[in-house]
Design a protein around this ligand. Structure first.
Ligand code: NCD
Ligand code: ZN
Ligand code: ZN
Length: 354
């Protein structure tokens, strides 16, 4: 078996790049550097910024910043908000998908009333995805809306047995639903949360061993995508009296998943489906010709904070030994990342806004 492996450029449909308003945690320059180091060439950025990407003015201005500063291809989500339902159609022209937050998490975006949900499902174009942060019985609300409106709904960061089993049942019934799971919910549990404190706190929270095992049991079937939910916060914020939920993930996802392949938990073909083919198809994202990730599959490394390119500078996986190292990334024929040549990193503005 050759030690060098070539994968297509990976796609992450769930990242928080913190523009505007959270640039001390991350911005397009640092976040897309982290993406490339992690083997991702096409990523989608969430709208829970400050102010949120819920109005045409903010979305438009953020797209302009992105086009000057991204190193890989980035698409922006619009955020659903009860105050701005009348702007949804205009937002759709500038966004790759709509995000609806049904449950509490970082930032003020929240939809708790039915009229707003109706508005979203009536006004958002059918050919663009609606993604939901839905935990527990909110998953049933999302499935109900997908059934009533007969349109696709994507569930973010599914983490528990009941949720994945409900989505499996909905798929069995022929409903157009898809879901993602995160590496942290696949590799960590509430036991790690106790050890990590605020550094192991995110939404949805780390769950039980049984929940984690059930996600793995659905990895070859119900799970459609691996998404990182890259949600950087600074160590100072995590050490504060009111630490925000969220952990970085762009630079650790592929090594962790390659290690799982090595351990026989999924096949390499399935990894490529979950991290490139399915997310691109589900969100209707453009193909990236001549785009590859070169991996040294035999290199064993210890994940470490000081090697990260994300501005927050820490990972809950620090100290874990993984197998599989991203050596080089090529985007549209250009080398955009080389582990041995920092100067090869694509400059800000080299990527495209989707
Ligand atoms: C995310 C964030 O920090 O923006 N935090 C998290 O714990 N996942 C928000 C989210 O994805 O729910
Ligand atoms: Zn969320
Ligand atoms: Zn998120």
């Amino acid at each position: 078996m050759s030690p060098t492996l070539h994968l297509p450029g990976l796609v992450d449909v769930h990242t928080h790049l913190r523009v505007p308003g959270g640039e001390h945690k991350e911005d397009f320059v640092s976040g897309t550097a982290a993406a490339l180091a992690g083997g991702f060439t096409q990523i989608l950025a969430m709208p829970n910024t400050s102010p949120p990407l819920a109005t045409l003015d903010v979305l438009h201005a953020t797209r302009a910043i992105a086009s000057e500063t991204v190193r890989c291809d980035v698409g922006l989500y619009a955020g659903a908000s009860p105050q701005h339902v009348d702007e949804l159609r205009a937002l759709a022209a500038q966004a790759v998908a709509l995000k609806i937050y049904l449950n509490d998490t970082f930032g003020p975006l929240r939809v708790e009333e039915l009229p707003t949900l109706h508005g979203c499902f009536r006004l958002w174009p059918r050919d663009k995805m609606i993604a939901m942060h839905a935990e527990g019985q909110s998953v049933a609300v999302g499935i109900g809306l997908a059934a009533a409106y007969r349109r696709p709904v994507h569930f973010c960061h599914i983490s528990r047995r009941d949720e994945i089993e409900l989505i499996a049942a909905a798929k069995q019934a022929g409903l157009p639903v898809t879901c993602e799971v995160t590496p942290h919910h696949l590799f960590l549990t509430d036991q790690d949360a106790a050890r990590l404190g605020p550094l192991g706190d995110m939404r949805p929270r780390l769950a039980t061993q049984d929940d984690r095992d059930t996600l793995w049991a659905h990895i070859a079937s119900t799970v459609d995508c691996i998404a990182t939910d890259h949600a950087p916060h600074t160590l100072a914020e995590k050490a504060s009296t009111n630490p925000p939920p969220g952990v970085a993930g762009l630079e650790t996802a592929l090594p962790l998943m390659l290690t799982a392949v090595q351990q026989g938990r999924l096949t390499l073909d399935r990894l490529v489906e979950l991290m490139a083919l399915n997310p691109r198809r589900i969100f209707g994202l453009p193909a990236q010709p001549d785009t590859t990730v070169e991996i040294d599959r035999e290199a064993r490394t210890t994940l470490a904070n000081d090697r990260l390119l994300t501005r927050c500078g820490w990972t809950p996986f620090a100290g874990m030994v993984v197998q599989g190292l991203v050596r080089r990334v090529t985007l549209r024929g250009q080398v955009v990342y080389d582990v041995d040549r920092p100067e090869a990193l694509a400059p800000p503005g080299a990527g495209r806004v989707i």
